[in-house]
Design a protein around this ligand. Sequence first.
Ligand SMILES: [Zn+2]
Length: 245
Amino acid sequence: MSARCNLELARAAPEPTVPGVFAVGIDLGARIVHVVALDDSGTVQLAESVPAPDVATVLPALSSEAVVAIDAPDAQQVPRHLGDVALSPKFRPARCGEIALGSLRHYWVPWVTPPRGSPCAPWMITGFGVWRTVLQRGLRAIEVYPHAAFLELSGGSRLGRKTTAEGRRQRSDLLEAAGVDLQDLDVTCHDILDAAVAAVVARDARLGTADEVSCRHADGTGSDGSAIWLPQGRSRLLSRKDTTP
Ligand SMILES: [Zn+2]
């Protein structure tokens, strides 16, 4: 987390009403959450880093059309894939969304949500609280993985690490290409960039162009209901252009 992200903590909470905001992205740390809100024109209406318990105070008043994308699992699940020997041992206890994102789209998350009843990392526990806060406000929430979202926007290009200036520049360029006005975004803070790409996925989910990635169980056992969402990717945009008469 960069020093500039922490400096944001000193700022007063904004007015709770931001008109025209329908897409919010939230990136999680163990104690800090980073929130970016976009209006439909791609203008950044809010970009804040706050202690996790204060997330409700920086969520703008949102209409029922709004979508909030959260970089964290919503809940622990009972594993559905424990006996799947095609998976690495690390992923057998994972949730369906984590497994599908890897097996179907080739984006493997670096973590796995521990099965229900097992201890969790602090950032996941923070995330469960953020999910509760968002859902209690009656908002639609979706799960995202910012690294995969950036890769999807890049059309498969390699990205530098987000902790490097080059990696942050690449991500800024991808956000701009996705319609985000960078003027009011601290592009030196990779956590804010992650929150911004989460907001892009939220926008695309609202517009019906995002992909909900989860698995379908042909054996009738049923998915655990988890899903990780991706934005409308560059490859799909290009392929649609190619097929347009
Ligand atoms: Zn599954």
